[in-house]
Design a protein around this ligand. Structure first.
Ligand code: AMP
Length: 195
């Protein structure tokens, strides 16, 4: 089973992805984590991505599609994977489709975690306080930019997946366990097509 977890920053994608990874034996592919590792390691990709990430904007489609194409060929993805933070533009969604088709694979379900923007600002402000701003892009100004980018470039992908009949929307304002239960219900056998 190959999944996409979709939602704005702070929606809880990382938490739900970790549960799906453990519950279903899927690889968790977070493009944000991959890019942060590249920045940390000082690779050419990391050097290219660093300032873009710190500003809350998106790295180029070409760069991130290259990273994902390589990653999904790894052996741990053979049983399925969860994409977290990718695709983020329509061009990435189309490139992903073509990339998977070439490998005889497809996305089985896209889970959109929907959360109110005011709640997101509150959640991320709390995370910044708890972690002491451990992430370079964890500040309120960057968050606002990231939400704006989500609205303008990422949310418009949703109709692309709705048309394929694989989009499931869950209410991310509920407690974490409830969100997880809704996701499991959406993925249950016999519920292969969208809500
Ligand atoms: P995340 O941890 O998913 O919020 O990602 C952190 C940052 O990495 C984003 O704000 C972007 O700058 C960059 N990034 C992660 N995934 C993508 C993507 N699919 N396309 C472009 N930029 C990305």
């Amino acid at each position: 089973m190959n999944l996409v977890l979709f939602g704005p920053p702070g929606a809880g994608k990382g938490t739900q992805a970790a549960r799906l990874r453990d519950g279903h034996g899927l690889a968790h592919l977070s493009t944000g984590d991959m890019l942060r590792a590249a920045v940390e390691a000082g690779t050419p990709i990391g050097r290219e991505a660093e300032s873009v990430m710190a500003s809350g904007r998106l790295v180029s489609d070409e760069l991130i599609c290259g990273v994902v194409a390589e990653r999904i060929d790894a052996p741990d993805c053979a049983n399925g994977f969860i994409l977290d933070g990718f695709p983020r533009t329509l061009a990435q969604a189309e490139a992903l489709d073509a990339m998977l088709r070439g490998k005889g694979k497809a996305i089985d379900a896209v889970i959109e975690i929907r959360v109110d923007e005011a709640v997101l600002v509150e959640r991320i402000t709390n995370r910044i306080q708890e972690t002491g701003g451990a992430r370079a892009d964890d500040n309120v100004e960057t968050l606002k930019k990231r939400l704006e980018v989500y609205r303008a470039q990422t949310a418009p992908i949703l109709p692309f997946y709705a048309e394929k009949g694989i989009l499931h929307t869950v209410d991310g304002m509920q407690p974490m366990d409830r969100v997880a239960a809704e996701i499991e219900a959406a993925l249950a056998p016999g519920r292969a097509s969208g809500t």
